[in-house]
Write a protein that binds this ligand. Structure first.
Ligand SMILES: [Zn+2]
Length: 327
């Protein structure tokens, strides 16, 4: 994500500079440039024959015209909490995040450039869902909101059903095998990379239209997080089709999911009462916890015990201390 920010900074300086030259030459200003380039990308994309793409472009236009896209990006920047954060021990109750953390590689800051399906991609889901939750609740997250965000089945629904996340009757159990497959996915086709990049550019120029050019007023981290989220959903779509290669269809399905999601009141997805039964805002749970890399089960350590006292999980999987993976 660092690289993208630097790029924005550079383009910021460049567009200021360009502005001065162009104004002096009587040519277009950066905001005229933004409008023109946005239009060019839209025309270019309309000319591609990719199934489902016209619908995505209409969806982008509609959400922008209605003001929903702007509200959503604002909500992303405005989201905050008024309760304590969850502890690592509490978060270990979430099997899906535990399996992601123990099975996906962590690339550090260069995910957007690496083209790998790593933990950063998985973790882009959280802030995007938080923004939609905030858009609908209109308040800082209280304790109940925090529990809903961390322990509802929405993320699992998205991963397994994508744009049909709201139609799933029985949400499948997350498995290590799924994340092992996810890790192997990548986008290598130039055609698909181009599609993903151009739709992303349309959205970044719309952000320019909404918040002003030069990105100085844009919501920090929104665009890189959104890009990671799309890549993540596209990778999930590839796994669902038993492919390692991410293709055009996966990008389209990822955007379809994204636009359906921002029109959904996600506050209806409540925390699983079983998982949060013992969690108390006033009494944080600071017990040490170990988790299984294979099935995502968690065990609380008694005082004086360590991960070395356990040979393996009941499923035979390797056990890890939670602190290792989440800091
Ligand atoms: Zn296990």
């Amino acid at each position: 994500m660092k690289k993208v920010k630097t790029w924005m900074k550079i383009s910021d300086v460049l567009s200021d500079f360009q502005d001065k030259i162009n104004t002096s030459l009587g040519r277009e200003t950066s905001s005229e440039w933004n409008k023109r380039v946005l239009k060019e990308y839209c025309v270019y994309l309309r000319g591609l024959s990719v199934q489902g793409l016209p619908e995505i472009l209409n969806e982008i236009q509609d959400t922008w015209n209605s003001g929903l896209y702007q509200d959503f990006v604002w909500a992303f920047g405005e989201r905050k909490m008024e309760s304590r954060p969850l502890t690592f021990e509490e978060l270990a109750h979430n099997k899906l995040s535990t399996l992601a953390a123990t099975n996906l590689p962590s690339t550090g800051f260069n995910t957007l450039m690496s083209g790998k399906t790593d933990l950063n991609l998985f973790r882009a889901m959280g802030p995007m869902i938080e923004a939609i939750y905030h858009l609908n609740s209109g308040r800082a997250f209280n304790w109940e909101d925090m529990l809903n965000l961390a322990f509802s089945d929405l993320e699992t629904r998205l991963i397994f059903a994508l744009n049909r996340f709201d139609e799933v009757k029985e949400v499948p159990e997350p498995t290590a095998e799924f994340f092992q497959k996810l890790k192997e996915t990548s986008m290598t086709s130039e055609q698909t990379k181009n599609l993903e990049e151009k739709i992303g550019l349309v959205l970044i120029h719309i952000e320019g239209e909404i918040f002003g050019m030069g990105f100085e007023n844009s919501v920090e981290d929104y665009w890189p997080t959104m890009s990671l989220f799309i890549q993540f959903l596209a990778a999930c779509s590839a796994v669902q089709h038993n492919r390692e290669e991410i293709v055009n269809e996966d990008i389209i399905r990822a955007y379809r999911t994204f636009f359906k999601l921002i029109k959904t009141d996600v506050t209806q997805y409540k925390a699983d009462p079983e998982l949060v039964r013992d969690m108390d805002e006033d009494n944080p749970d600071y017990e040490d916890v170990i988790v299984c890399k294979n099935c995502g089960s968690y065990y609380k350590l008694e005082p004086g015990e360590s991960v070395d006292d356990f040979e393996s999980c009941h499923c035979g999987g390797e056990l890890k201390q939670v602190h290792d993976e989440r800091t």
